[in-house]
Design a protein around this ligand. Structure first.
Ligand SMILES: [Zn+2]
Length: 268
């Protein structure tokens, strides 16, 4: 990822300035012979970073239509510059597993080639790239992979069905921001069982007798912070409805919400 244990090092390097010891006392804010290291020089000095190639970065951006892959953001990452011959880019090819040891979500089992491979990258805006690197415990590799699938599937839908409405419903953007781990799990559940519509929220310490005639998804209180509150928000927005039975929190997906979840998960 763009920020990793070498990030602090990188920031330090960004401020490296090489200049001869002055023989005269300089006025404030005046430095002679100053050389600030460029990004390529800094990168060359950073040890053991498995960075993406320019081609990989470009492909990551194109595969999501130059939009941030965070489902709760979806902001465009490129646009025109005042100079008509140039464009502005505010996107980042971020590492899912950090480019250097000790960084966010670093996976020591990956080879340098796999760490720099396109499968280990995700296209994000600069704010979201910073967000996921500053809080890797919340933004796990599984969540970033879910975001990547979501964003590529959405870009594919736009290409294949130009009349399809944009997924910019503020209610959906809000819940994607509030509960990324729950949305990721729900997407994966519906991909594996597309006909299932019921869910329960229980503790792992509880034994639940599942009905024989149909399947239902199970979400555990221990796996999701404030799970019942999150489900209430989904219910308040009309995405799920309460079908509680015997005091066990039990809900059904509304079809519109199930369609949204299914449309934004990779089929393979
Ligand atoms: Zn973003």
């Amino acid at each position: 990822m763009i920020a990793d244990p070498t990030s602090c090092h990188a920031l330090a390097l960004a401020n490296i300035q090489v200049f001869p010891r002055p023989r005269i006392k300089l006025k404030p804010n005046i430095r002679l012979g100053v050389k600030t290291l460029g990004s390529s020089e800094q990168s060359a000095l950073l040890p053991n970073r498995d960075d993406f190639s320019t081609s990989t970065k470009d492909t990551l951006a194109r595969r999501v239509g130059h939009r941030c892959s965070n489902p709760g953001c979806c902001q465009p990452t490129s646009g025109p510059q005042e100079n008509r011959a140039k464009s502005v880019n505010v996107g980042v090819a971020a590492h899912i597993s950090a480019a250097a040891e000790g960084g966010p979500r670093y996976d020591s089992s990956l080879t340098p080639a796999l760490r720099a491979a396109i499968e280990n990258g995700i296209w994000l805006c600069q704010i979201c790239a910073k967000l996921v690197d500053n809080d890797p415990a919340r933004f796990t590799a599984a969540i970033l992979l879910d975001w990547k699938s979501f964003s590529e599937k959405r870009a594919q839908s736009r290409l294949e069905n130009r009349s399809a409405p944009e997924i910019q419903d503020p209610r959906l953007l809000k819940i994607e921001r509030l509960m990324p781990e729950l949305m990721a799990e729900m997407r994966q559940d519906l991909a594996s069982s597309p006909l299932c519509r019921e869910l329960i929220a229980i503790s792992r310490r509880v034994t639940f007798c599942y009905p024989q005639d149909r399947r239902m998804f199970t979400y555990y209180l221990e796996d999701h912070v404030d799970l019942l509150s999150k489900l209430m928000i989904l219910q308040n927005h009309g995405f799920i409805r309460d079908i509680r039975h015997n005091d066990v929190p039990r809900f059904a997906f509304e079809e519109e919400f199930a369609d949204y979840l299914e449309q934004t998960v990779a089929s393979g």
